[in-house]
Design a protein around this ligand. Structure first.
Ligand code: FE6
Length: 613
């Protein structure tokens, strides 16, 4: 048999026209496509080998070699896979490729931003060679013992030639004579980078100019109990670009609703706190071990951007493009499944690996809180993961909301939270007094974000979350030595006259034990700590209107009792003391912005005290 000349079928010629003239920028994907074909050919060979079929050159193991020649301007990809017969060489360009070509052309015509990079997913990745090659030569020898070798050549336009070739080793060799503007693909370093990027996990050896490239296995696709700890760690070093050990690892596979294999890692440290700025998610999306998208956007919610690893799904349909990937319902489904699974994993770890979870929480609590505030979908699961100090535990120990709820006495109907700078401030807070007296537990929140977190969470396990400063609670018993009800009412009136517009309402408090007075937000929408955050975030523009809180005083406190008698004798001194009590209460609430006036007054009061001696 001698040389035959064939025309390409009309659709294929149309596809080639597009590919040859494409302005598509990621031309490098042709390397991925040809290596992927070679890997499939190796896979098919291995399958035939294991089923006992007679093979041509059975002693040659399946492998892939790439050679670049920058002088000749060529790149050659060779495999020892199953090879192609004459029929297959013609068929591949005929009927089998035909339906994929049609579907691909349709997709290209429909897309606003046609993505030639999808070519492989339509089963016609071979043609991407024509993006970079002016001439392609394919030499192939099928694994069938009685087959012979063939040479196929084409310059893209005007068909191809096929002719018998001298006896070749089993498999396929594809030689690309590069176009002038694609000569860089004959440079070893360029091709090495491309192979590392897309084909690191191809399960057959890849050599580039006699150098072995892919030494890390796609362990995510193997079963868990066969994988050694060191293999996981080596893999993490590779995908995480991190030489420390990961804090957590989640390796799982699912069949429904989607076929997923995922291997996810939580790095040992939160890189965002290390002055590195905002991190990008580093979870790569694969389809059958070949990279579809590095740092895939939308695979996880933003607040899980600290995760590293891989997700492999066979269910990625053929028409997923980089651009459209982001708004497909498939991606949303994938996102939901992955996120729920990961949150469930964290919940399990918090029980099984308490110490590791504590470290995780220390590093990453802000991400979880961001999730509560920005993502309704996973609020419940995130609520379970939060941890806080509490009045019922020693300093430094953290509790979950679930454990708090378990400890609640039956007459307590709310979960109480107290915002404070630290534990000492929380325990000394006037808002804590009524809880101390009742022996009711209060969560101590030291992070400015926690107020928003509680607001968004709203309830946990059916129990409302309530800030201690907003709790409507009374002390259990009346205190001795308290002003009478009538006297207290008179004092209230006088205080309101004296303090004037600085306070909204003055009233007798039922929640104070040790403090003479507190300020309580009269604003239902803005709490003291929100006010602090808004002030901190505000740049220019008018100042926030000053807070005008309610003023509550403790009628049993000696200061208030004395104040009541002094105000009848020395109005000036009493007025000064009333102002000071208000400022003290503002200090306790973190509302005093400028202490100068307060210090001047306090000094003159001290002078008066000393003058009495
Ligand atoms: C793709 C057409 C050449 C095998 N090995 C390798 N590539 C393969 C196959 N393809 N199809 C089968 C392909 C074509 C030509 C390669 Br001409 F579709 N490496 Cl077994």
């Amino acid at each position: 048999m001698s040389k035959e000349t064939h025309h390409f079928q009309a659709e294929i010629q149309q596809l080639l026209d597009i590919v040859i003239h494409s302005l598509y920028t990621d031309k490098e994907i042709f390397v991925r496509e040809l290596i992927s074909n070679s890997a499939d050919a190796c896979e098919k060979l291995r399958f035939n080998q294991s089923s006992g079929t007679a093979l041509y050159q059975s002693e040659i193991a399946p492998a892939i070699t790439v050679a670049t020649d920058d002088k000749a301007g060529t790149i050659t990809i060779t495999d020892t896979g199953c090879g192609m017969t004459h029929g297959e060489l013609v068929e591949n360009l005929g009927t089998i490729a035909h339906s994929g070509t049609k579907a691909f052309l349709k997709q290209l015509a429909e897309d606003k931003k046609p993505d030639v990079g999808l070519i492989g997913q339509f089963g016609v990745g071979f043609y991407s060679a024509f993006m970079v090659a002016k001439k392609v030569t394919v030499l192939s020898r099928s694994f069938g013992p009685d087959e012979q070798s063939w040479q196929w050549t084409s310059e893209g336009m005007g068909g191809y030639e096929i002719a018998p070739a001298a006896e070749l080793p089993r498999g396929t060799k594809i030689i690309l004579e590069l176009k002038d503007d694609a000569k860089d693909f004959a440079t070893e370093s360029t091709v090495e980078r491309i192979i590392q990027r897309y084909s690191s996990f191809v399960p057959f050896p890849i050599e580039l100019n006699a150098k072995r490239l892919n030494t890390v296995q796609a362990i995510w696709a193997r079963s868990k109990n066969e994988i050694k700890e060191e293999e996981y760690n080596e893999f993490y070093t590779f995908v995480g670009h991190d030489h420390e050990k990961p804090l957590f690892r989640l390796h799982f596979s699912a069949d429904a609703p989607l076929a997923i294999q995922a291997l996810l890692f939580v790095p040992g440290r939160n890189f965002e706190t290390m002055g590195m700025g905002r991190m990008d998610s580093e979870v790569n999306l694969y389809c059958r071990k070949v990279l579809i998208q590095a740092k895939a956007k939308g695979l996880f919610p933003e607040w899980l951007r600290f995760l590293k690893g891989v997700v492999d799904s066979e269910d990625l349909p053929l028409n997923i493009s980089r651009e459209t990937m982001q708004d497909t319902s498939l991606l949303q489904k994938l996102n939901k499944v992955l996120t729920s699974r990961f949150l469930k994993f964290l919940d399990e770890q918090s029980e099984k690996e308490a110490e590791a979870y504590a470290k995780f929480y220390h590093e990453y609590h802000r991400f979880l809180k961001e999730g509560v505030v920005t993502d309704f979908t996973h609020k419940e699961a995130l609520g379970k993961l939060l941890r806080y100090e509490s009045s019922a535990l020693d300093a430094g120990k953290l509790t979950s909301l679930a454990d708090y709820v378990k400890r609640m006495p039956s007459d307590q109907k709310e979960i109480y939270c107290l915002l404070a700078a630290n534990r000492a401030a929380a325990e000394a807070s006037p808002y804590f007094e009524v809880f101390k007296e009742r022996k009711w537990e209060v969560l101590f929140l030291y992070d400015a974000w926690d107020e928003f977190v509680m607001e968004h969470l709203h309830t946990f396990d059916g129990q409302p979350l309530k800030l201690a400063e907003k709790a409507d609670l009374n002390l259990s018993a009346k205190k001795e030595g308290a002003l009478s009800e009538a006297a207290a009412k008179e004092l209230s009136k006088w205080l309101k006259e004296t303090l004037g517009e600085q306070v909204n309402e003055v009233r007798v408090s039922q929640r104070l034990v040790d403090s003479p007075a507190v300020v309580v937000d009269s604003d239902k929408f803005m709490t003291a700590s929100m006010r602090r955050i808004m002030k901190a975030m505000k740049q220019d523009g008018p100042d926030l209107p000053a807070a005008k809180p309610d003023f509550e005083f403790n009628p049993a406190h000696p200061i208030m009792a004395r104040l009541d008698s002094v105000r009848q004798k020395d109005a000036a001194l009493a007025g000064s003391v009333a102002e000071q009590i208000l400022d003290n209460a503002r200090v306790a609430a973190g509302l005093l912005e400028d202490p100068r006036a307060m210090l001047t007054r306090l000094n003159s009061l001290l002078e008066k005290v000393l003058a009495k001696e």
